[in-house]
Design a protein around this ligand. Sequence first.
Ligand SMILES: C[S@@+](CC[C@H](N)C(=O)[O-])C[C@H]1O[C@@H](n2cnc3c(N)ncnc32)[C@H](O)[C@@H]1O
Length: 174
Amino acid sequence: MAEILLAISILIIVLVITIPTLYGFLTGAPILFSPKKVIGDALKVIRFEKGENFYDLGMGSGRSLIAADRLELNATGFELSPLIYWFAKFNLFINGVKKANLYLCNFYHQDLSNADIVFCFLTPPAMERLKPKFEKELKSGARVVSYAFKIKGWEEYQVLDCAPPGKIYIYVME
Ligand SMILES: C[S@@+](CC[C@H](N)C(=O)[O-])C[C@H]1O[C@@H](n2cnc3c(N)ncnc32)[C@H](O)[C@@H]1O
């Protein structure tokens, strides 16, 4: 009996971890981390003020949040995979980040109206899906930074060449 309960518990834990991770993979992006210099390069060319709200949609390891926090931005990250979420929490902790807001949730369901800067490293279908959400929710002057994938039909404010595999596309909301 104890063995059956143990097996069921392990199965539940595995499902709780793998289902959201798989869902994120299929609807958002696989778990890949952007090169460390990406967010630093992007923040060098974006005009921002201390205390502005920086969001990473699919924060992965949270490395963009660490960079944003060091520049005194108010960092917020969303992540669907529980494993990656806890990894990001640990990563921010060992990097001395105390103020960031981390949410284990689906970013498609979050309100983005308070964001000043939105960072994404996702996929072309995910950017296509986010486009109407950005148009509806982001305030005028908000900046969208998309690593590797452009937003079709939007005019870039700047395109930066960065480490492979891609460029950094920066947009400013009208
Ligand atoms: C390519 S990684 C980028 C990680 C990080 N932003 C970086 O640049 O290093 C994409 C992340 O988004 C997460 N993700 C995918 N779909 C998501 C969703 N709908 N809601 C929240 N997170 C999602 C994945 O689990 C993965 O960790």
